[in-house]
Design a protein. Structure first.
Length: 114
């Protein structure tokens, strides 16, 4: 008997679940705010190719897991969440893993830094 066997549907179901969880994350490349969902697209010298971020207050409510609130990340006078890193491989191409503006831990920024 032919039909939709549960094991044949499993890969499609998994793919649907994975795709529904997709969306912009901190550090993703962008050209405008609409590329970043509820976030902002930072297009400064320290974000080559643009980077999605969220506005934050240093010492205030935490940024999403895997990110850090850094002074001047969005604009010179506006803090933003940047992707945290432990090694260079954690960052996008053209980005470096460095401490920025006295951040507590390294974050992914452009080679010129903030």
């Amino acid at each position: 008997m032919k039909g939709n066997h549960p094991l044949r549907l499993a890969p499609l179901t998994c793919l649907a679940v994975l795709l529904s969880a997709c969306g912009p994350t901190i550090g993703d490349a962008c050209t405008s705010d609409k590329d970043c969902g509820a976030g902002v697209c930072v297009t400064q010298a320290w974000t080559p190719g643009g980077a999605c971020s969220l506005s934050c207050v240093v010492g205030g409510p935490a940024c999403p897991a895997g990110t850090l609130c850094v002074r001047g990340a969005i604009k010179p006078n506006e803090a933003g969440c940047l992707k945290s890193c432990k090694r260079q491989g954690d960052c996008r191409d053209t980005y470096v893993c460095n401490v920025a503006n006295n951040s507590e831990t390294p974050v992914c920024v452009g080679p010129a830094g903030i």
